[in-house]
Design a protein around this ligand. Structure first.
Ligand SMILES: Nc1nc2c(ncn2[C@@H]2O[C@H](COP(=O)(O)OP(=O)(O)OP(=O)(O)O)[C@@H](O)[C@H]2O)c(=O)[nH]1
Ligand SMILES: [Mg+2]
Length: 547
């Protein structure tokens, strides 16, 4: 997971146009040269026509001397350990063909295996590192509705999404986690043996580790294996997936806040890039680094604020057209984007991976009876969602808070559907949206063993609709249910609309629920449930009606 590791260690590289001391890499690198090991560089040189490192990185290296330095050092190492002659010949004498030196078949097989571990993920080439997963089940932990094995299964899915190859996993039941190493010393020794036997490159813990625990574990495992936790993994996926400027800023901020207490000496490059001006008078390096990082966090927050102001203006413009907004919320991979695509013909990425969507997308849905509403697709939730990520995405999630109706999409075919529902409700309660009317949608009924039985179950529940977003089953019923629910959030009006305001009448018909119309000498008398904003627009006519 080269990109994963890169983002854990280095500042994220996707923040254009900032006055940060380090220069962001605007050409998104496919992986971090800085952290690429000697054998990877060797393979890269052999594969030069596939992955032209020099040209791909040249712009970046000029801007980022630290990375360039690191690259040089490691290339030298590769040459020394592999023999200079082989590379020099192939690079300097490209026209005359000479058969490659015979390599023993084991080495060639290793190289092939090695090369096959470069995978394309989210449009980037990443090195598929071997990962080992570790979980802890604390006895008497009431909060975790997910069992440890299920939670590790989900962690494996997250690792796969980030581009890692999970080679094995283990867990331990403890009364309380060990404050030094999170797991007990026996488990540490067991994992150390597995690391050697399986060539593990990254060990991922299913819970957030303290900075001290991270350091102690890295030391205990021998120093040459990376240790990270679920939060870092999720942050990395978000970093890989962030497609818009705002999402990139939000993730960058969350990553930096995660980094701050975990800073070690590796941040010395920040100081160099700040032109040495920050060299402290007797200040420890780590303090300097922390100060620089805090400044960067401040800069990011300011930039994020200005982006948010922009979006707010856009949202206000949208609200001037009083179409009700319906937000799709739910566990990651439940089928929210598939439902949006199906209903609106949108082309939002929907795939069988966690966190396919980060940015909200809103589209207009036209229902058969001429009614319409706006449907917003949002970022999915997950159990143990890092609080800093909820905080970072709060602005995006504000869209949810401003909607007229929440549609909770559930993957009913998932064995842990109920636990996922609970996890989503927990996040929703953190967002203070309990007052917004809610409709529950049981999606993927086609994947259940007995769709008919599931439908009967749904009918027993209040406000539950069964659908299959993939094949379109139940969508008409869904739209009708949305409309009925929207009525709950609407205001009852009786208004006398003058004949020259015909456009208002058609808006009322589009977005409201008309109960009756009457033509009078002064205009059309209309009785309807309408969204609050439209009711406000109709206020003078409502007064007219009363008089
Ligand atoms: N069988 C079946 N698969 C579905 C259905 N709806 C969605 N899927 C599949 O489930 C996977 C996830 O769908 P998405 O629409 O990306 O899920 P999402 O909720 O947007 O996920 P995030 O963006 O990660 O939060 C995709 O492979 C879809 O094809 C359905 O009704 N039936
Ligand atoms: Mg999605």
């Amino acid at each position: 997971m080269s990109t994963c590791w890169r983002s854990i260690i280095l500042p994220p590289t996707v923040i254009p146009n900032t006055a940060l001391p380090w220069t962001p890499n605007l050409v998104k690198t496919r992986f971090s040269i800085r952290k690429i090991s000697i054998p990877i560089l060797r393979a890269l040189r052999e594969e030069i026509e596939v992955l032209d490192v020099e040209s791909a990185e040249s712009g970046f290296l000029q801007k980022n001397p630290t990375v360039a330095d690191a690259k040089e050092e490691e290339v030298d190492g590769a040459i020394n350990s592999n023999g200079v002659a082989e590379f020099t010949e192939s690079e300097n004498n490209l026209t005359s063909y000479r058969p490659p030196p015979k390599r023993d078949s084991k080495k060639s097989e290793d190289d092939d295996n090695f090369r096959s571990r470069f995978k394309l993920r989210n449009g980037r080439e990443v090195f598929e590192e071997k990962a080992y997963l570790v979980g802890v089940e604390c006895k008497g932990d009431q909060d975790d509705t997910f069992g440890i094995e299920e939670s590790l299964k989900e962690l494996a899915q997250l690792a796969d999404t980030a581009g890692l190859m999970v080679v094995d996993s283990t867990y331990q039941k403890l009364a309380t986690p060990n404050p030094r190493t999170y797991i007990g010393s026996g488990k540490v020794a067991e994992i150390k043996t597995a690391i050697r036997a399986l060539d593990v490159e990254t060990v991922i813990f299913d819970d957030e580790l303290s900075p001290g625990q991270l350091r102690n574990l890295e030391k205990a495992f021998g120093g040459d294996v990376r240790v990270c936790d679920r939060t870092a993994l999720i942050l990395d996926i978000f970093n890989q997936r962030a497609a818009t400027h705002e999402a990139a800023l939000q993730v960058a901020l969350a990553q930096m806040e995660y980094q701050l207490p975990r800073l070690t000496k590796m941040w010395t490059h920040l100081e160099r890039q700040a032109g040495g001006k920050v060299k402290g008078m007797g200040e420890k390096q780590i303090e300097v680094d922390k100060r620089i990082l805090r400044t960067q966090i401040g800069t990011l927050k300011k930039e994020l604020e200005s982006v948010r102001q922009h979006r707010k203006q856009y949202r206000n413009r949208r609200f001037s057209v009083p179409v009700p907004v319906v937000s799709l919320v739910g566990y990651t991979n439940a089928g929210k984007s598939t439902l949006l695509n199906r209903l609106t013909g949108a082309n939002v990425l929907a795939e069988d991976r966690l966190f396919a969507t980060l940015d909200p997308t809103t589209r207009r849905v036209q229902v058969k009876n001429g009614k319409e509403f706006l449907l917003t697709d949002t970022v999915g939730f997950i159990q143990k969602l890092p609080t800093m990520l909820v905080a970072a995405f709060r602005a995006t999630l504000e869209e949810i808070a401003e909607s007229s109706l929440l549609v909770h999409v559930v993957d009913i075919s998932h064995p842990l559907a109920q636990q996922q529902i609970d996890a989503v409700n927990k996040v929703l309660s953190e967002l203070d949206v309990e007052t917004i009317p809610k409709l529950t949608v049981w999606n993927k009924v086609d994947r259940t063993s007995d769709p008919h039985k599931v439908k009967m179950e749904a009918e027993k529940g209040e406000d539950v609709i069964c659908i299959s977003a993939l094949n379109g089953v139940g969508l008409e019923e869904f739209c009708n249910a949305v409309h009925e629910k929207l009525k709950d959030s609407m205001v009852w009006v009786e208004a006398l609309v003058p004949f020259d305001r015909g456009e208002l009448l058609s808006t009322i018909h589009h977005v409201g629920m008309v109960e009756g119309t009457e033509y009078t000498a002064n205009g059309t008398l209309i009785r309807a449930h309408v969204p609050l904003l439209l009711a406000r627009q109709l206020t003078p006519m409502r007064q007219l009606c009363k008089s």
